[in-house]
Design a protein around this ligand. Structure first.
Ligand code: FE2
Length: 444
């Protein structure tokens, strides 16, 4: 059976008929609502016309369709015309209006005011046999103005509504960004290279992508948007690029200094409460911070594995405690795109001294947090935009006072802080790094 014979006996399904905004160009029939579709090379215009004449075009009348022009069973009459543009065959189908939702889904406007069918219209196109007139394989873009709508139309088939929402917003903002700055081809080439380098520089011991997210303020924005939703302050902050999953579990009060590390002793006592002030018992608290040399153990082969890292559990009072050395500020790595960005913006690369904590317990929203030293001179110019007012901790210096551990004879510091968590989903983020530098996994 030839293609024409197959088409002639199969029904035309699901036509989506669309209005033209302006009158068609001279020589083309005036047909108010219409659909225009390019025909695949192996389908003849006559095939479609024959099919439409022998089978009513079924128009899906949704609740948003106010045309009232459908037949009793939703079928309508339609007429067709055809033309050739730049050697390609097109067919137009005229009929009543689609609902606004269908129009958005099916078309974008051309400069001539015709509704142009995009790939998103596949479900609406008149079908000959089981194939749409327009194939899945490609799409003809007419001009810059039409492009964004064409890309957005392609998101309509997404099954997950959240995927659709995020993808559509991404497309709108990306295209809008390029138009706003009139992005040149050379600048676009540079941008591609930056993103490529972000990926290439990310290894098991270094995460340039997270570093860039922090340097643009995006990490803190997401943290602030997603915490404190009950109206109470919480202690959430950006995760940063240096958390490693699986740090050793320890008893309260033990030291996380695992290899010789210079610095004044610090005795930290933390408490975890919910937004009502009730103690949270049995929460996992992952602690990590940089050495006074400004390096995390994953960056520094001189440090023992898991140095200045440890996992603790809140007791019956919601309290946990550990010993370490007082953290120092440090510069973030400057040998990649993040460094190029800071240099271009004339920004320094330093972070104020801080301790990281990741607090996790089923039934409570997991938070990553950071405690900043109250006396650090760059609290207001953090290269990662992480310093939030309620996360500044007050260090107390002790001289000529006995420390909690008798081996401490020099001046020491204490720090107490209460972390506030809220009830919600407990989950763990993807670890930004997983190994120390210079390991086989790092490829170095
Ligand atoms: Fe850090």
């Amino acid at each position: 059976m030839s293609l024409r014979e197959q088409d002639a006996v199969r029904p035309v399904e699901d036509a989506c008929l669309l209005p033209a905004v302006r009158a068609p160009p001279a020589g083309l029939p005036r047909a108010e609502p219409q659909l225009q579709a390019e025909l695949p090379s192996d389908v003849l215009v006559q095939d479609v016309q024959n099919a439409l004449q022998t089978q009513p075009v079924r128009h899906r009348l949704g609740p948003g369709d106010r045309s009232g022009q459908g037949g009793s069973n939703g079928s309508i009459s339609a007429h067709t015309s055809s033309s050739t543009i730049h050697g390609r065959a097109f067919i137009r189908v005229a009929g009543p209006r689609c609902s606004l939702d269908e129009q958005r889904r099916c078309t974008s406007r051309t400069a001539s005011g015709y509704s142009h069918v995009t790939r998103g219209a596949l479900a609406c196109l008149p079908r000959v046999g089981s194939r749409p007139l327009r194939g899945d394989a490609d799409m003809i873009i007419l001009d810059e103005a039409q492009l964004t709508a064409a890309v957005l139309a392609e998101t309509e088939r997404a099954g997950d509504p959240r995927v659709k929402e995020i993808t559509q917003a991404l497309v709108r903002h990306l295209h809008g960004f390029a138009r706003e700055v009139r992005l040149t081809e050379k600048e676009f080439d540079t941008a591609i290279n930056i993103v490529t380098r972000l990926g290439r520089l990310t290894t098991p011991s270094h995460n340039e992508v997270r570093l860039m997210a922090g340097s643009l303020g995006l990490s803190t924005l997401v943290s602030l948007m997603n915490n404190g939703t009950e109206g109470s302050p919480t202690s959430a902050n950006l995760l940063g690029p240096f958390w490693r999953q699986g740090s050793p579990a320890m008893n309260n009060g033990e030291s996380i200094v695992r290899s010789p590390t210079e610095g004044p002793p610090l005795f930290f006592t933390g408490r975890i409460v919910d937004t009502d002030g009730t103690s949270v018992v049995g929460a996992e608290v992952d602690i990590w911070h940089a050495s006074p040399a400004g390096l995390y153990e994953n960056q520094d082969p001189e440090q023992a594995e898991w140095n200045l890292r440890g996992k603790f559990f809140s007791d019956a009072e919601g309290v946990f405690a550990f010993r370490s050395i007082r953290p120092s500020g440090y510069p973030i790595p400057m040998d990649g795109p993040v460094g190029d960005l800071l240099t271009a913006l004339k920004r320094h690369p330093f972070r104020p001294a801080h301790l990281h904590a990741l607090i996790h317990k089923p039934g409570y929203k997991t938070i990553a947090s950071q405690l900043y030293s109250h006396d650090d001179p760059i609290l207001e110019t953090d290269a990662q935009f992480g310093v939030v007012q309620n996360l500044v901790g007050i260090y107390t210096r002790h001289e000529n006072e006995p420390a909690p551990d008798p081996d401490v004879t020099e001046a020491w510091y204490s720090l107490e802080f209460t972390f506030v968590v809220e009830r919600g989903e407990s989950w763990l983020p993807t670890p930004p790094v997983s190994a120390q530098r210079d390991t086989e996994a790092d490829g170095a």
